[in-house]
Design a binder for this molecule. Sequence first.
Ligand code: HEM
Length: 416
Amino acid sequence: MRVKLPFADAWLVHDPAAIKHVLVDNPANYRKDPIQRRILAVGLGDGLLSVEGERWDIQRRTLAPLFARRTVIGLTAAMLSAGRGLVERWRALAPGEVIDVAAEMTLLTLNVLALTIFSDGLSSDIDEFRLAMNTYFATIGRIGALDLFGVPDVVPRPGRKRLKQAMGYFEGVIDQIIAARRRRLGFSQRPGPAADLLTLLLRALDPSTGRPMSRAEVRSNILTFLSAGHETTANTLAWSLFLLLLSQSPEWKGKVRREADREFGGPHEGLVDRLVVTRAVIEEALRLYPPIAALSRSAEQADQVGPDVLPRRALAVISPYVLHRHRTLWERADEFDPTRFLPEPKARITRYAYLPFGAGPRTCIGASFALQEATLVLAIIVQHFDLKLAPGAKVWPQQKITLRPANGLPMLIAPR
Ligand code: HEM
């Protein structure tokens, strides 16, 4: 479908074959669009999410081992520890106290990233760090008319000053941590003081040239992991809890609880692979409420996509939200049914009909990290608590960089 926008000619692409063409078969013709890059540029400009061309190639190759399955499995203990921290906090709540579970999930996913990137802590005050992050996300989330119309960056944007201040704070904290870690690692290649993502990042070498990343790239990528990894995963958890605990699904809640009771009693090794039902719930939540609800690309050259020719500079927009609820691709598209993602039915899902993590070369590098984290944490929560929506609360999705509950998720929490 073609939509004429004041600033671009947008083509909404929702046919799996056409999606494959844009994202997988001809990605060289479809760059991340300039609007996205303009918004992300502050602070993330040298990171994997924003770089293009050869720089992207090198970074992706260099960073791949950080998110390989073996590395991610090695982060299980840190993820469980953040989950246990949440259980302790929630156990201390006064009976009948209402808390915003969406905000709680944001805090939790930030803690998971802090523990997995900097296993020896943030050194600075975590609350101050969080405040700076909130300012940062609140400001980059605002797409102004100046950005849409491509007005050059020299023209001041509202909120940019606050954004720059938050960035300055971040960069200072992260630089201190990097410097301290470099000192502790010395020049040796012995196993470091902590086998966390920061150590892996500092030691990562481009496999073809053997070169490490520059200081700006290391810093930008830490910010990229924090930005790309915390709110997306937090929303996944918030929506999973919404679907599982509030909406009409005692059956699935029971299944997840029984699985958690059984599997947390066993060895930690292979734990995440044994939480099959919990993972299916997460994947179904990602279908109904994909945190990245739309992907967009800009066509470098005119290109034949299915029956249409996309002109040069056209925006190709693929919306996982639309795709995942498309009635020609999904049976009972609006219904919450995690059975779809149990191993056998999952194998029958049409390719490119399910894209919570995108597809092709620029697919999410953190997908296994996110799925593992969300699965473990959901299982822990359901094992320990009963959650109920606060009386009078209305839950509705809102697209603000990520797809989140518009007014949070106010809930009453009772220990099981
Ligand atoms: C449920 C949680 C997550 C979702 C739904 C998600 C979704 C996505 C999507 C859709 C893309 C592709 C965007 C595009 O093609 O335009 C992407 C890219 C990316 N994601 Fe995630 N993500 C999640 C978690 C994470 C985590 C935990 C990390 C890192 C710790 C991460 C790091 C990245 C990076 C660095 C990219 C850019 C990859 C590249 O361009 O090569 N994401 N993510």
